[in-house]
Design a protein. Structure first.
Length: 285
C-alpha cells in the first residue's frame, strides 16, 4: 500500500492541518502517517491557541516512521518555528525523501500566524531547495517574494521566481484572487500550465490548502506522474469545496467524503483511476 507522511499541526476543529491530511490520504487509498509540529485550539471562527512541540520530538516522530514503515511521499504544513523547519530539513535529507510537497503555511484564514516571521527566511533558504513541489497561496507567494500578486500574469511570473529559489516545481494556488474561475498556476521548471475550476460561492473553505496539498501528496505516493497528480488533486479539492459542510459559525470545512457522495463524473474518474491502480498493486503482490 502507498505510504504518505504529513508533517503538520493539529487543528482541533478537524478541517485543516493533520486532520484534513489524514482524511484525504484515507479517501485516496494511501496509508497515512503523521509527525505533529504543533497543537492548535482552533474552530471554524479562527485559532484560539497554539502549543508548539519541541523540534527534537518532531524529528523523533519522522525517524520512527521512516526507519520502520517507510515513506513514498511526504508533505509539510504548519511548521511554526525556525528550529522545527531545521529539524524537518535534516530528517528529509537523512531519509532521502524525494517526493516532498511543501505547503508553506503562514497565516490561517482568521489571521492567526502559523509560522513566526523569523522562520520565513529559513523556509525560503533551507526548505524550498529540497522541495519536489511547493504550493503557496497568493499571500504566501507574496511573502516569499516580497512583491504583490494581482493578476494571473503576476502568478505566472511568481511561479518562475519561486522556482529560482530552489524548488523543483511550483504551484501557485489562486483561491485568493477574485474572478469567476479559481485558477492555479503550475511551473515544472520548464513549462507553465494553468488549472481552471469554476469558483464555488461558499464560505465553507476552511482547510482548502491542506486538502489540496495532501491530495497531491497521496497521488504522488501512488506513483502518479506530476501533472496528472496535480490534475487529480484539483478535482479532489473542487469536489470537496462544492460539498463543503456548514458546521460552526465561521468558515466550515471542506468535505473529504464529497467524492463518494456526489457519484458524478469526477467521482467515477478518480475512483476509476484508483481502482485500476489498486488492481495493479494487488497484481504485483
Ligand atoms: N471558492 C473556490 N472555488 C473553487 N476552488 C477554490 C475556491 N477557493 C479555493 N479554491 C481552490 O482550492 C485550492 C486551495 O487554494 P487556496 O484556497 O488559495 O489555498 P489556501 O487554503 O492555502 O489559502 C486551489 O486549487 C484553489 O484554486
Ligand atoms: C493546524 C493548521 N494547519 C494549517 C492551517 C491552514 O490551513 P489552510 O488549508 O490554508 O486553510 P485555512 O486556515 O486558510 O482555512 C490551519 N488553519 N491549521
Amino acid at each position: 500500500m502507498p505510504r504518505a507522511l504529513t508533517i503538520a499541526g493539529s487543528d482541533s476543529g478537524g478541517g485543516a492541518g493533520i486532520q484534513a491530511d489524514l482524511k484525504t490520504f484515507q479517501m485516496l487509498g494511501v496509508f497515512g502517517m503523521s509527525a505533529l509540529t504543533a497543537v492548535t485550539a482552533q474552530n471554524t471562527m479562527g485559532v484560539q491557541g497554539i502549543h508548539d512541540l519541541p523540534p527534537d520530538f518532531v524529528r523523533q516522530q519522522i525517524d520512527s516512521v521512516a526507519s520502520d514503515i517507510g515513506i513514498d511521499a511526504a508533505k509539510t504544513g504548519m511548521l511554526s518555528q525556525p528550529e522545527i523547519i531545521e529539524a524537518v530539513v535534516a530528517a528529509m535529507k537523512e531519509h532521502h525523501i524525494e517526493k516532498l510537497v511543501v505547503d508553506p503555511v503562514m497565516v490561517a484564514k482568521g489571521g492567526a500566524r502559523l509560522l513566526v516571521p523569523a522562520a520565513e527566511r529559513v523556509l525560503r533558504e533551507q526548505l524550498l531547495p529540497i522541495a519536489y513541489v511547493v504550493t503557496p497561496n497568493i499571500p504566501e507567494a507574496e511573502a516569499l517574494l516580497l512583491r504583490r500578486i494581482e493578476t494571473v500574469d503576476d502568478m505566472r511570473d511568481a511561479a518562475k521566481r519561486i522556482c529560482d529559489m530552489g524548488a523543483q516545481r511550483v504551484i501557485i494556488k489562486g483561491g485568493h484572487l477574485p474572478g469567476g474561475s479559481s485558477i492555479d498556476i503550475l511551473y515544472d521548471g520548464t513549462n507553465v500550465d494553468e488549472l481552471h475550476a469554476d469558483r464555488i460561492d461558499t464560505k465553507n473553505t476552511h482547510g482548502t490548502g491542506c486538502t489540496f496539498s495532501s491530495a497531491l501528496t497521496a497521488w504522488l505516493a501512488r506513483g502518479v506522474e506530476f501533472t496528472m497528480a496535480v490534475g487529480r488533486a484539483k478535482q479532489f479539492i473542487t469536489a470537496a469545496i462544492a460539498g463543503g459542510i456548514s458546521l460552526g459559525h465561521g468558515h466550515g470545512p471542506t468535505n473529504h467524503w464529497a467524492l463518494m457522495e456526489q457519484q458524478d463524473t469526477v467521482t467515477k474518474q478518480i475512483w476509476g483511476h484508483m481502482d485500476g491502480e489498486l488492481h495493479e498493486v494487488n497484481g504485483n503482490q
